[in-house]
Design a protein around this ligand. Structure first.
Ligand SMILES: *[C@@H]1O[C@H](CO)[C@@H](O)[C@H](O)[C@H]1NC(C)=O
Ligand SMILES: *[C@@H]1O[C@H](CO)[C@@H](O)[C@H](O)[C@H]1NC(C)=O
Ligand SMILES: *[C@@H]1O[C@H](CO)[C@@H](O)[C@H](O)[C@H]1NC(C)=O
Ligand SMILES: *[C@@H]1O[C@H](CO)[C@@H](O)[C@H](O)[C@H]1NC(C)=O
Ligand SMILES: *[C@@H]1O[C@H](CO)[C@@H](O)[C@H](O)[C@H]1NC(C)=O
Length: 435
């Protein structure tokens, strides 16, 4: 044992002399999470993988323990940062992340030990089995299902499960440990972060990439939204490319039952079709024109299950008055978002989902707009001010979201018993399979 330990230590030292934001003394212990991959032929197989919290939750420190914030003399650019800084592991419980078996719970606030709270608001990524790369989730022509408990998410909170087309290594290089430390975040809002794909973001790049919001919700409102971009994998934007009319469809063509005239569909008690005060199941299917995983994405469908019952998605009406909308098709998106159409619509989204995207879980609220775009005014029953994070913290500091039983695979394979089974593409007419 002693011999083995000595070996591990010396190899860690060897790595330290090469890696720059090399692991510091505080170890990074990824919370374990079991997910399932499913096929029609063989059913579902458990996969033991883990989660990693975003890079920015990891402290960069100088070797003497003092800070190494980006922009400080110790970390002005890659060269100085590589020379001076180590990256420390995260205490996941303090960061608001708990897993158990196949379930993950995220807390917006965590007790700070002095009777107050830390603003945790974690965002975590699914790693592959080995834990040094992200799991590449490919959903074109496939489906994904999970259970979710949103019962403690009040107005203004957003518990989100979504996909971004990040670099699968997280920008791993000789000087950055990449995905193992949650590096390389991007999304369709092109956020300008202090790091970009594993390097110090000295060029003020926005990190743009295709984003598929499978689930953004609290107990009062919900939506799912494709956000296609004209870049493959993470792309850095500057100037107008980062804005509206730039390289990503920032608004997206979301499907929110409340916004589409179905105000009794989703809410806190049994007077709604889905009673959000208890757990339910969410199935999302990515239907292609030819039924294969390499076809063109034409339809993103939603089905719910609760108390053993299959519940069809809301049969909704668009803002422009079109009735009978039950899923996201190009026709629906073209009417909802000219930006999406310009960027290739569902076909572009399907390209990213075919190449592989990173599965992300997050919980957040918003000082700027109180999440009104999701749950207030036209979009939900919340008033314009009750989503203020100050009120949420005062009234419900324990606000959290739990996802469990995440499975994905062939259409009709993830819920062999209770599910709605395979669905056939409807519009446009399916083409014969490729030969
Ligand atoms: C991100 O980093 C990876 C790994 O170093 C690299 O292959 C890829 O080209 C990078 N992408 C961008 C846009 O910098
Ligand atoms: C359910 O919630 C709605 C909206 O808050 C409320 O108007 C209604 O009275 C509630 N119904 C029951 C049965 O509790
Ligand atoms: C909705 O579900 C909760 C949790 O099971 C339950 O307490 C409540 O009674 C349900 N709502 C109604 C109106 O039955
Ligand atoms: C949706 O509602 C329309 C009427 O607005 C009806 O014609 C259509 O059959 C419904 N679709 C489904 C799938 O229930
Ligand atoms: C918004 O809702 C909260 C909580 O129900 C309530 O206390 C507040 O008075 C409402 N504000 C307005 C402007 O209606």
């Amino acid at each position: 044992m002693a011999h083995k330990l000595a070996f591990v230590l010396s190899s860690a030292l060897a790595i330290q002399s090469v890696f720059a934001q090399q692991p510091g003394k505080i170890p990074e212990k990824h919370p374990k999470l079991t997910t399932h991959k499913c096929t029609k032929a063989r059913g579902c197989t458990a996969q033991k993988s883990s989660l990693v919290i975003d890079w920015n939750n990891h402290q960069l420190q100088q070797k003497d323990g003092s800070s190494c914030a980006v922009g400080s003399a110790a970390c002005l650019d890659d060269a100085t940062c590589n020379k001076n800084c180590v990256v420390q592991g995260v205490d996941y419980l303090k960061a608001g992340v708990r897993t158990s078996g196949d379930s993950v719970t995220l807390n917006q606030y965590t007790p700070n030990g002095n009777g107050g709270y830390n603003h945790a608001s974690p965002r975590v990524y699914l790693l592959d089995k080995k834990g040094d790369k992200y799991e590449s989730v490919k959903l074109t022509g496939q489906e994904l299902v999970f259970d979710v408990d949103v019962s403690t998410l009040p107005c203004g909170m957003n518990g989100a499960l979504y996909l971004s087309e990040m670099d699968m290594s997280g920008g791993k290089s000789k000087t950055n440990p990449g995905a193992a430390y949650g590096s390389g975040y991007c999304d369709a809002q092109c956020p300008k972060l202090s790091w970009f794909n594993g390097t110090v973001n000295t060029g003020s790049l926005g990190a743009c990439c295709n984003e598929m919001d499978i689930w953004e919700a609290n107990g009062r409102a919900t939506g799912y939204t494709p956000h296609p971009c004209s870049v493959e994998s993470i792309g850095g934007c500057t100037g107008a490319d980062c804005e509206f009319n730039g390289v990503c469809d920032k608004w997206g063509c979301g499907f929110n039952p409340y916004a589409m005239g179905r105000q009794q569909y989703y809410g806190y008690n049994n007077s709604f079709t889905i009673n959000t005060s208890k757990k339910f199941t969410v199935l999302t299917q990515f239907i292609t024109d030819d039924g294969t995983t390499s076809g063109t994405l034409i339809d993103v469908r939603r089905t719910y299950m609760q108390d053993g019952k299959v519940i069809a998605n809301a049969n909704a009406t668009s803002a422009s008055g079109r009735e009978g909308l039950t899923s996201i098709t190009d026709e629906y998106c073209d009417a909802a978002s000219t930006e999406g159409k310009r960027l290739g619509g569902l076909a572009t989204m399907g390209g990213a989902l075919e190449r592989g995207m990173v599965l992300i879980f997050s919980i957040w609220n918003s000082d700027g707009d109180f999440m009104n775009w999701m749950d207030s005014g036209n979009s939900g029953p919340c008033n314009a001010t009750e989503g203020d994070p100050k009120l949420i913290l005062a009234n419900q500091p324990d606000t959290h979201v739990t996802w469990s039983n995440v499975r994905w695979g062939d259409i009709g394979s993830t819920l062999p018993k209770a599910g709605p089974g395979p669905v056939k593409p409807t519009s446009p007419k399916p083409k014969p399979p490729h030969n």
